[in-house]
Each structure stands twice: as structure tokens, then as C-alpha cells.
Design a binder for this molecule. Structure first.
Ligand code: IMP
Length: 195
């Protein structure tokens, strides 16, 4: 018997304007005892050196505005390429919008070290305004050409460790098994079960 019986349905708001992220969150949180409601509101991301700072500050700012009921989650993610000293990292969204996959492949021309990792930080904002950060990492490599048509963002140019396919060649469940977001969402499910 579920420990939630008699408590009524609890609602977790997911704040994102990114359709790809929203689909992955919906799939990973489908079976939990919380109702997940997407809020397509946007928020100003601060410029900072780490995903921790960006996710934490974004959640605190949104809480201060008081427009999204708690508890809510938002996520900041990035692709960190070893041979480019961690670029695009916290600038991944801007770099994707400006130079895209092809730009990344061009920057990687002639670079032998193709190791990279995707990182995810989920900020969980609790009633009262406390913010907790949940992390997920996925090591992998950058292929020499784009492959696949699924997913979003840099998925066609990232092969997770232990597989030969890019994220864009996987379905949503396969990507979740490997991905930074999949790991962070597993930590979130575990945290929500204790709330
Ligand atoms: P943000 O987390 O919305 O700031 O976005 C970071 C950027 O990183 C996105 O615009 C994508 O280009 C990229 N990104 C984040 N997560 C993923 C992913 O799972 N696959 C591919 N690209 C991603």
C-alpha cells in the first residue's frame, strides 16, 4: 500500500521552456506518487561559472517572485568538452543557439581528445524557499559527424560511455538510462519519496 494514501495528490511544478527536457521529465516521473505539472514560464539565468550557481540562483529568484507555487524544480545542464577546456559548459544554451552542432564539430577539427561529459543540476525549491541541488553526470565522447534525429540540443553529437549510439539515435528510455538528466532525475525521485 502506498504511503501517500489518504494524503491526497501532491503536485510538483516543473519549470522549463525546453520541450525536450519536459518530455524527458514527464517520462522519468510518470510512475511516481506526485502529479507533475509543467509551468512554461521563463526565468532569467544569471551568468556564473558553475551549473550549481546558475540552478541555485534561478530557483531562488523564481521563489522570490512568488509566481510558481512550491515545491518546484528547474534544471540547468551543459556539455563540457575536455579538448575545449570544458567549453561550452555553462554557455551551452547560447552556443547551441549560435553555432549549433556544426559549430561544435568545426571547433573539434584537429583535436584528438574527444572526451566530454554532460552535466545536469536539478534545483528543487521547497515550501519556505530552501533550495536543494541534485546532480547527474554522463561521460562520453564527441563523434566526428552528427548522427540521429531524436532528442534535442547536442544529442546528435554525443555518444555516452558504454554505448556506440549518439543520444539522438536512442529512444527516450534508452537515453534516460545513460544520461546526466536520467541520473539527476533518479536522485529527484528518491528525494521526493522522502518528502
Ligand atoms: P539549459 O539547461 O536550458 O541552460 O540548456 C543547456 C543547453 O545544453 C541546451 O540548450 C542544450 O543545447 C544543451 N543540453 C542540455 N541537456 C542536453 C541533453 O540532454 N541533450 C542535448 N543537449 C543538451
Amino acid at each position: 500500500m502506498s504511503g501517500d494514501q489518504g494524503k491526497g495528490e501532491r503536485v510538483l511544478r516543473l519549470v522549463t521552456s525546453n520541450e525536450g527536457k519536459a518530455r524527458e521529465f514527464a517520462a522519468a516521473l510518470a510512475g511516481i506518487s506526485w502529479k507533475v505539472e509543467r509551468v512554461a514560464s521563463t526565468y532569467e539565468e544569471i551568468q556564473a561559472d558553475t551549473l550549481d550557481e546558475v540552478a541555485d540562483a534561478s530557483a531562488r529568484q523564481l521563489f522570490a517572485e512568488g509566481t510558481v507555487p512550491t515545491p518546484f524544480v528547474l534544471e540547468d545542464a551543459g556539455l563540457f568538452i575536455d579538448g575545449l577546456n570544458g567549453f561550452p559548459g555553462v554557455y551551452s544554451a547560447y552556443v547551441f543557439q549560435t553555432i549549433g552542432h556544426q559549430g561544435i564539430l568545426r571547433l573539434m577539427e584537429g583535436i584528438r581528445d574527444r572526451d566530454a561529459s554532460f552535466e545536469s543540476r536539478i534545483a528543487l525549491c521547497l515550501p519556505g524557499g530552501d533550495v536543494e541541488l541534485l546532480s547527474g553526470t554522463c561521460p562520453g565522447t564527441i563523434p566526428r559527424a552528427m548522427r540521429g534525429s531524436g532528442g534535442f540540443g547536442f544529442d546528435p553529437v554525443f555518444i555516452p560511455e558504454g554505448d556506440y549510439r549518439t543520444f539522438a539515435e536512442m529512444n527516450i528510455a534508452e537515453k534516460e538510462e545513460h544520461s546526466h538528466r536520467g541520473n539527476a532525475m533518479a536522485a529527484l525521485r528518491e528525494r521526493l519519496a522522502r518528502l
